[in-house]
Design a protein around this ligand. Structure first.
Ligand code: ADP
Ligand code: MG
Length: 397
């Protein structure tokens, strides 16, 4: 079911209206300063569109997981200055977005004015999807826009309950873009469709593998996840990260998937995980006892790159190795380069997952793929075919 979007509000007056926009300002911070403003910048198209039409914009977001209300470590106040810099206008901070005082402040915002509410997770009802809390958030606006794709897999007061109270309730531009790229990739892909899956654990991604297998033409497996499959094939895996309780499942997936599932043929191994330690590249059936696989080898990168170059749609989730520690970043970088190359020939390429997004940024290639999803968990659940409550609650198109 497709959802009504901000761009489809013809006939709805925005001028002078108070619009509550749920954004994802869950930004990284150090010493009270925002260290990466990517998520704030990602919300600008929606904010600017509303401002240009004379709306008063009220932004709500969570930040981190505060253990107690008002824990200053999780205050959104430092984002005010970042937003002011990006928008070039003063932004009003709502210390308590649930208060009567905030309702008054918002009523006095100028047309095109912007206010940012304090962390929604300071309020106990947020994560319970509490209707009373949602009603207090809703008192700040005349309509609702959800642009927080990264939070859409959670039914919280500011993402779900509020969408039933404030109408229209529509998807913002970032949300729309995420749903379009991820939705088309799995539901009406230009084929061949190739999924690349990696990362530390198979356990967090079993549902994803199972959901993607019937839809894709190939699944390329890297990361520690590959080692659980090696174990299932009866290979020695040494000290590699293997999930023993998932070996049976891996064996089942191997049998079901047949030739669709492509595992690395070689491994970069070491005796300990540290930068600059001696490494060897060995065939996958020659990992010695006492050694661990920390990356896919060059032959695997070449094989993966060949399949990626023939793909017309690629979805990538999970790094190929321990990319945070050199030289175990080579496999991930090789796949990132292959993704950029196939994008240049017209393929649609999508990167999802927090660490994968960090890896493509570290490679300097984030602008050379079609779409880098801002939602880690949300993009996973969406690709698994699960309904995202924050999306489901929005008006149908
Ligand atoms: P994403 O956030 O993109 O979904 P994950 O969180 O699933 O990715 O996995 C990322 C982590 O997997 C990284 O911290 C990386 O170091 C780790 N990893 C990848 N390959 C291996 C490996 N061979 N052994 C141990 N850890 C690995
Ligand atoms: Mg991760």
């Amino acid at each position: 079911m497709s959802k009504r979007t901000l761009g489809q509000l013809e006939g709805v007056r925005l001028d002078g209206q108070r619009v509550v926009v749920r954004v994802d300002f869950n930004v990284p911070m150090a010493n009270g300063l925002v260290t990466d403003d990517t998520r704030v910048r990602a919300s600008l198209p929606t904010i600017t569109y509303l401002r240009e039409r004379g709306a008063r914009v009220v932004l709500l977001s969570h930040l981190g997981r505060p253990k107690s209300a008002g824990d200053p470590k999780y205050s959104l106040r430092p984002v005010v200055r970042v937003l002011e810099g990006l928008l070039g206008l003063p932004v009003t901070f709502l210390e308590d977005p649930t208060s009567e005082a905030s309702v008054g402040i918002v009523r006095h915002l100028p047309r095109g004015g912007v206010a940012l509410g304090e962390n929604t997770r300071y309020y106990p009802g947020e994560e319970q999807n509490d209707a009373a809390l949602a009603a207090r958030f809703a008192a700040l606006g005349d309509m609702y826009v959800n642009d927080a794709f990264g939070s859409a897999h959670r039914a919280h007061a500011s993402t779900e309950a509020i969408a039933h109270l404030l109408k229209p309730a529509v998807a913002g531009f970032l949300m729309e873009k995420e749903l379009r790229f991820l939705g088309e990739a799995v539901n009406q892909p230009v084929r061949p469709l190739v999924a690349i899956l990696g990362g530390a654990k198979i356990s967090g991604k079993i549902d994803l593998i199972a959901a993607l297998l019937p839809k894709v033409d190939h699944v390329l497996i890297g990361g520690a996840m590959a080692c659980t499959f090696f174990k299932a094939m009866g290979l020695e895996t040494g000290l590699s990260l293997v999930e023993l309780d998932k070996v049976d499942l891996a064996r089942q997936l191997l049998a079901d998937a047949g030739a669709k599932l492509v595992l690395p043929t070689d491994a970069v191994i070491a005796q300990q995980l540290e930068g600059g330690v001696p490494t060897r590249t060995v065939p996958r059936d020659a990992i010695p006892v006492g050694w661990a696989m920390y990356d896919i080898g060059a032959a695997s990168v070449a094989q993966f790159a060949a399949i990626i170059s023939g793909a017309r749609t690629v979805v990538w989730n999970g790094p190929m190795g321990v990319f945070e520690t050199k030289p175990f970043d080579a496999g991930t970088m090789g796949v990132a380069l292959a993704l950029a190359a196939t994008t240049r020939t017209g393929a649609i390429t999508i990167v999802g997952g927090g660490d994968s997004a960090a890896a493509i940024a570290a490679a300097g290639l984030e602008n050379q793929v079609s779409h880098v999803s801002t939602g880690g968990g949300a993009s996973l659940e969406f690709l698994e075919g699960k309904e995202l409550p924050g999306v489901a609650a929005l008006d149908d198109a």
